[in-house]
Design a protein around this ligand. Structure first.
Ligand code: SF4
Length: 180
């Protein structure tokens, strides 16, 4: 199991460390999405597309309330959590995901360098799972890089449906769990 503890205080206190928020993007899942790019990743995958995102002290600390406001204002977009790795701030992203589910009908995709099996086996990481629709899991592995893959960089990474709200059917996506 890889280290899960290298986190910022941000996720613990009603805030998240955010590098950028992109509205109406089509790169991080099907359809229009608002993507929250968080700061910090300790996976350090060789060939990572965005090594600037590894720094846990980069970006700015944003109130979860403010992020939720931006998400609600973007009326037609669903939501993607990316980074960095959102699961290093799992407490804060769980709060945000729960509130998105309580207050909107938007779907949530979450990118992470942890595998689904690692997440399920870890009480802290798995707290977010009930609020996600799709998880794209696993580290980027350069030798398995494939430019033909939709919404992921290497063929070890899986698009895993956690609910029946699939947005769309993505080639190669799998349902490892009984959809909610
Ligand atoms: S998990 Fe993603 S952000 Fe983190 S090092 Fe790997 S490719 Fe980069």
């Amino acid at each position: 199991m890889r280290n899960t503890e290298n986190t910022t205080k941000a996720g613990m206190s009603g805030t998240l460390k955010v590098l950028d928020i992109l509205e109406e993007t089509m790169a991080d899942g099907p359809g229009l999405r608002i993507s929250i790019y968080c700061a910090g990743c300790a996976h350090h995958c060789p060939g990572c597309h965005n090594p600037q995102s590894w720094d846990f002290n980069a970006g700015k600390e944003m109130e979860i309330d403010k992020i939720l406001e931006l998400i609600k204002e973007d009326e037609f977009s669903n939501v993607t959590f990316s980074g960095g790795d959102p699961l290093y701030q799992v407490e804060g992203f769980t709060i945000l995901a729960r509130r998105i589910k309580e207050e909107t009908t938007k779907t949530i995709w979450c990118y992470t360098g942890f595998t689904f099996e690692e997440i399920v086996a870890d009480e802290r990481l798995s707290q977010i799972l009930p609020y996600l629709d799709v998880i794209v899991d696993g580290p980027f592995i350069e030798s398995l890089k494939d430019k033909e893959l939709l919404f992921r960089g290497s063929s070890n990474q899986r698009i895993i449906y956690l609910t029946e709200k699939k947005d769309d059917t993505i080639p190669g996506a799998v349902a490892l769990v009984q959809p909610k």
